[in-house]
Ligand binder design. Structure first.
Ligand code: ADP
Ligand code: MG
Length: 585
């Protein structure tokens, strides 16, 4: 397989090569200075003619300038890479089926954008120039040593080889462990992000203990891995690493040099050069190993990003036909079957129904029966396996995203608000719309009074994710947003789920306003909100089992009458529930 790091970096590859070349050249200039110094200092006339010293200084100066330049280039490349990757990921996200995030979790996508990209940034900025230097250094140094004394170089290489054998025996199994380390580290990161993002849900439903246990277990596994790693790589590794420090190497070269001089095959000047170079030579070997870890880590990060970028985008026609939709379009669902990726069971099976222009159709069924799945197939979160959905007779897969979205607004249970002003949130994507029109929508959605009661009114900033608003308020804002967008088709999935007795009638009024004159598919488990629908479809285990109006369905023994009975019973105790507005106040 092509190296994932290099494949991702094609836009800055030239700069990275320049930085690496600069860094390697800088090292070579420095090496030349060292050799000149070591050679000349041992010559008899060393202190009478100092030209060589001046040349050495010039070489060192040039080397320093080049090194700084190469780091500047690599840093600039890493900034560009960071921007490139983040926008590539963002573009990809925009073209992926909306279901991708639903399936993969926002934590994982956020981790790609943050942790993985930062990792590659650090790799390009700091590691690439170092890498070039660390590869060039031992080779060039050995070559120079060989020129001065091949015998002593051979002696040095023998010593290094012994050192490598000792080190590799000590490090056996280290590679597997470091891959495992990466895996556990990534798992921990992802769970931490999700734990924090889901905090509100976590607190509400399991007082944090269950979710915390998951995170805690991951942390413990991580700790155990590190402990095992440390134990496995104890004293033998530390001894092997010590072998690659200057002192043992200088002793080794000194010993060999003394012997070779004794045999009269080595001059003092050659010994001086080799001594000076060998110290620096080994100093690069350990960092090279650490750097290999960094490369592995970056490879994992790069592979994840590549996999995300390689996900198939939502297939769209290259040249969508121009379509003229009617003012209130019809929807036809034909023999629709769908199952989630990797699942055996069908989430929806062979479903067919029509929504006539301007009709309100409600989906009813037990939790998990497939209502939300169906609602999400309309805006193409995913495509069905069999059958099709048509708007005004056009298969939605033959429309461009723009065409489809120009016809459809959706309000789901959880509505994301951006960390912007309320006004900007309300006219998201419709920035040209007058504030007066936005306020009309807010009034219709019964949220205007609340907004103007805030100190900054429509300019009030919403916390990221809309955390400073209650669920009911967020839903009313989403409804107002849908009113601003004024699309002819509306998909509502539990759009009033967060209503409480105090504000439920407000929310219902808002929804009623929104549904007027549109073609609507609505899901609500509070059945009183949908009993006036033109048609009620009852779904069970992904199949359409009953259809009719409220009265028709109640007139005979049906699944719907059971659901209605259960709903009515639940109302008796729901009325004692706390007011949500009060809780958030
Ligand atoms: P409802 O909205 O009626 O409660 P859903 O449409 O959410 O039901 O779910 C229908 C079925 O599909 C359930 O069995 C649910 O577990 C499953 N399901 C929902 N979302 C996913 C998903 N992203 N991946 C796999 N299965 C899913
Ligand atoms: Mg649902």
């Amino acid at each position: 397989m092509k190296n994932p790091i290099w494949a991702l970096m094609h836009s800055v590859r030239g700069r990275i090569y320049a930085a690496m070349a600069g860094s390697a050249t800088s090292y070579l200039l420095n090496l030349a200075a060292m050799v000149m110094f070591a050679y000349n200092i041992t010559q008899p006339q060393a202190l009478t003619n100092l030209t060589w010293l001046l040349i050495c200084l010039l070489l060192v100066a040039a080397s320093t300038v080049l090194r700084l330049a190469s780091f500047t280039i690599s840093h600039l490349a890493s900034y560009k890479l960071e921007v490139d990757l983040r926008s590539q990921i963002a573009d990809k996200l925009a073209s992926l089926p909306l279901g991708y995030i639903t399936e993969h979790g926002s934590g994982r996508v956020a981790k790609l954008m943050q942790y993985n990209v930062t990792n590659l940034h650090a790799f390009v900025a700091d590691s690439t120039p170092m890498l070039a230097k660390l590869y060039v250094a031992p080779l060039a140094s050995l070559l120079v040593c060989a020129v001065f004394s091949w015998q002593l170089s051979l002696w040095l290489i023998t010593g290094l080889t012994v050192g490598f054998v000792v080190l590799s025996r000590a490090m056996q199994g280290h590679g597997d462990t470091s891959a495992l380390y990466e895996e556990k580290n990534a798992a921990f990161n992802q769970q931490a992000v999700e734990y924090i993002q889901a905090m509100s849900v976590v607190r509400a439903f399991d007082s944090g203990s269950q979710s915390y246990d998951r995170l805690h277990n991951t942390t413990v596994e991580f700790k155990e891995l590190l402990t095992r790693w440390l134990a496995a790589s104890g004293h033998s590794v530390r001894f092997a690493m010590w072998l690659f420090t200057p002192l043992p190497v200088l002793l080794w070269v000194g010993l060999g040099g003394w012997w070779l001089m004794h045999l009269q095959v080595l001059e003092l000047s050659a010994l001086a050069v080799v001594l000076l170079l060998s110290g620096g030579l080994v100093e690069g070997i350990m960092p090279l190993m650490w750097l290999n870890h960094a490369i592995k880590r970056s490879q994992v990060a790069a592979t994840d990003i590549q996999q995300m970028l390689a996900q198939p985008s939502l297939p769209e026609p290259a040249q969508p036909e121009p379509v003229k939709f009617s003012k209130t379009p019809s929807i036809a669902v034909e023999n629709l079957s769908f199952r989630y990726a990797g699942q055996q069971a069908w989430a929806l099976q062979n479903m067919s129904f029509n929504i006539e222009p301007g009709q309100i159709v409600a989906l009813v069924g037990a939790s998990g029966s497939g209502k939300s799945t169906l609602a999400r197939l309309l805006p193409r979160f995913w495509d069905p396996e069999h059958g099709r959905i048509c708007i005004d007779g056009h298969d939605i897969r033959h429309l461009s995203s723009e065409q489809l979205m120009s016809q459809m607004a959706f309000v789901f249970q959880d509505n994301y608000l951006f960390d912007e002003s309320l006004l900007d949130n309300l006219r998201l994507g419709y920035e040209h719309i007058d504030q007066a029109l936005v306020e009309d929508a807010a009034k219709a959605a019964q949220i205007h009074d609340f907004i103007v009661s805030l100190p900054d009114g429509y300019q009030t900033m919403v916390g990221a994710g809309g955390v400073r608003l209650s669920g009911g308020q967020r839903q009313r804002i989403a409804i107002a947003r849908a009113l601003v967008q004024d699309k002819p088709i509306l998909v509502l999935d539990e759009a009033t789920a967060y209503a409480d007795p105090d504000n439920e009638h407000l929310l219902m009024q808002a929804v009623a306003q929104l549904m007027q004159g549109r073609t609507v598919l609505i899901i609500a488990h509070k059945l009183n909100t949908i009993k006036d629908a033109d048609q009620i479809l009852v779904i069970d285990h992904g199949q359409l089992i009953e259809r009719g109006t409220h009265d028709e369905l109640l007139a005979k023994p049906s699944r719907y009458s059971q659901l209605w009975q259960a709903y009515e019973n639940s109302q008796t105790w729901l009325l004692t529930d706390d007011s949500e507005e009060q809780r958030y106040a």
